[in-house]
Design a protein around this ligand. Sequence first.
Ligand SMILES: Cc1ncc(COP(=O)(O)O)c(C=O)c1O
Length: 290
Amino acid sequence: RQAVAAGVLVNVESFREVRPLAEASQALGLPARVAVRVNPDFELKGSGMKMSGGPKQFGVDAEQVPQLLQTIADAGLAFEGFHLFAGSQNLRAEAICEAQQKSYELALRLAQDAPAPVRFLNLGGGFGIPYFPGEKRLDLAPIGDNLAQLLQRAQTELPQAKLVIELGRYFVGEAGVYVARVIDRKVSRGLVYLVTDGGLHHHLSASGNFGQVVRKNYPVCIGTRMNDSSVETASVVGPLCTPLDLLADRMLLARADVGDLVVVFQSGAYGASASPQAFLGHPQCVEVLV
Ligand SMILES: Cc1ncc(COP(=O)(O)O)c(C=O)c1O
């Protein structure tokens, strides 16, 4: 109701959401502004996380959208457009372009059943950042060209539509580092363990437990020994009672000791907010804006 009163554009994700929006609209005498989140019948190829194609919990299946549009019209809501988000963490420009083109074409088809012209078309995002060895930075040039072509088409095919992309980690992922202090150094059957005061509970994604199928190390270094030439293979672990609490698995690192600082790069997205900070009651991490 607050969203409707504030004139927020609400992305409708299911048939059920129409009724409370209609009730709020009636109570306020103000039709809710809505867009429909569509679960398309294609996926974003090569994504770290696929969020479309086949059965999905996100949005409404494309084939059910005409019926939803009718329901929205009957409820007197102010239809404004479509939202598609096909996947996340993609480093292949051609796959992103393909998904954007398919999203646009699908929206164009669905617009034929819409109760009002499309004024808002969210083509999603999925722009990835490099985390692991061998990964290359996303080439934005072809994506820019592709969007320019779609904008050109939209001028005649969807003349009232504003095209939108929805980026997350691309903006902030590389801007943040996570720092934990070494509180112990142990050797177990030949492998050096650096135990830190942080870990999975602060940075679930760096531990590999936020959707990695095969665990890979984030870029990690010993921040207090950047100029040291003495290196060794070590694992960086946290203080929790699970072997999943791992920040670096057998990495070549500067030789570190108690008090040194372990730095994990690419940590500006899916860090503290995506982590079970209360697990085992250790202190929460501190976020500092520099
Ligand atoms: C709807 C939606 N928008 C944006 C994002 C942000 O994705 P990313 O951080 O990969 O850009 C997500 C992530 O899952 C999402 O589900």
